[in-house]
Design a binder for this molecule. Structure first.
Ligand code: ATP
Length: 354
């Protein structure tokens, strides 16, 4: 990052009363205007990170800086940060405009300014015509937009979103993902969102922090996470990745069962004899009955819309998954047949320590 970050976590840890480490030495820099998602399996520390930044939870160690100033000692309402929760938390007895106005009224904002800001916020979320509707008469997606309008109307420097779309059904959720992304680009506000849905994170984030066991395994753009996962966990967590055991030969090539591949230029630091794992996407592999390649036994061929997914097993027991265009269906070995796997021309494996 070239500019100074808006939000910085410096060696932040959270140890709960029972001695459990929720976060371990988290370092995280987020630039102004970025949309960053915290992604990971249940219990990895996503929500704890958000709560520590919002001030609902005190960090046990480390610093939280916003615009270069330490905010770790401030109560939640003194932090220039707002949070949107999973359950929307709208006030059912108020109408849409009253819900959105709430935060401004509490701060004693003059009436005319409240009216203008609420109007602008409702415009932004596409609810201008619903201002006087009781919230109870709105759909789930509309309520979520009210919650968003309420959070952005106070113009926080940073908006934290905790699984904001998880209560919505699949099609509405997909639509709201795009709306959320558009809203964020229009506002230019920094968004940090917790999600356990990788498709959601990959489709709307500028960068994603992949967490596991209270640490950030990797923070990178969606494309970089997909193309160059830094750890086995990230490789296995983002999309489908085949993990093929291999070894570095004396002349620096990658030896895999029945084949050898050149070491990719970007993989370095693996000396001769090192045990490695090669990460290969299903679209990086092809299958044939020719003699050269990694021997595989085809177990299943599954219809996948535009492609066929072939699931097979290599001699060392690892399952391998590859996607084949439907146009190539006629040349596919049958289920139960022996064949060989090869890397498609131009495909580069990710090389990770074993
Ligand atoms: P989920 O997706 O299930 O919400 P998460 O990644 O958001 O998971 P956190 O809620 O941040 O996970 O929790 C991280 C870890 O800290 C978990 O193991 C959780 O059980 C533990 N934890 C969270 N809050 C407390 C608490 N108040 N006391 C003790 N342990 C806690």
């Amino acid at each position: 990052m070239t500019n100074d970050p808006l939000l910085s976590l410096r060696k932040v840890s959270k140890i709960f009363g029972n001695g459990h480490y929720g976060l371990k030495d988290i370092d995280l820099d987020i630039a102004a205007g970025e949309f960053v998602s915290l992604l990971g399996p249940s219990g990895c520390g996503k929500t704890t990170t958000l709560r520590v930044v919002a001030g609902f939870e005190a960090a046990s160690a480390g610093q939280i800086l916003l615009g270069g100033a330490e905010i770790g000692h401030l109560p939640p309402n003194r932090r220039p940060v707002n949070t949107v929760f999973q359950d929307y938390a709208v006030f059912p007895h108020m109408d849409v405009a009253e819900n959105v106005a709430f935060g401004l009224s509490v701060r004693g904002t003059p009436r005319a300014e409240i009216r203008r800001k609420v109007g602008e916020a409702l415009d932004l979320v596409g609810l201008a015509d619903k201002a006087k509707r009781p919230v109870s008469a709105l759909s789930g997606g509309q309520r979520q937009r009210v919650a968003l309008a309420r959070a952005i109307v106070c113009e926080p420097q940073l908006l934290l979103l905790d699984e904001p779309l998880s209560a919505l059904d699949a099609s509405l959720r997909e639509q709201m993902q795009i709306e959320l992304k558009n809203l964020q680009s229009r506002l230019g506000t920094t968004f940090v969102m917790v999600t356990h849905d990788q498709t959601e994170a990959l489709s709307i984030s500028d960068r994603i922090a992949v967490m596991q066991g209270g640490v950030i395994e990797q923070i990178a753009s969606p494309a970089e996470l997909y193309d160059r996962p830094a750890t086995r966990f990230v490789a296995g967590f983002i999309g489908t990745m085949n993990l093929l055991p291999g070894k570095v030969s004396a002349d620096g090539r990658l030896e895999v069962p029945g084949s050898s591949l050149p070491m990719p230029a970007e993989a370095h630091g693996f000396g001769a004899g090192s045990a490695v794992v090669l990460g290969l996407r299903p679209e990086d592999l092809e299958i044939s009955t020719a003699s050269a390649g990694i021997p595989i036994r085809v177990e299943n061929v599954v219809f996948h819309g535009r492609s066929l997914r072939v699931i097979g097993r290599i001699a060392s027991g690892e399952e391998m998954i590859l996607d084949v265009p439907r146009s190539a269906a006629a040349e596919l070995p049958a289920e139960g047949a022996s064949a060989v796997l090869r890397l498609r021309t131009g495909a580069v494996p990710v090389v990770l320590p074993a």
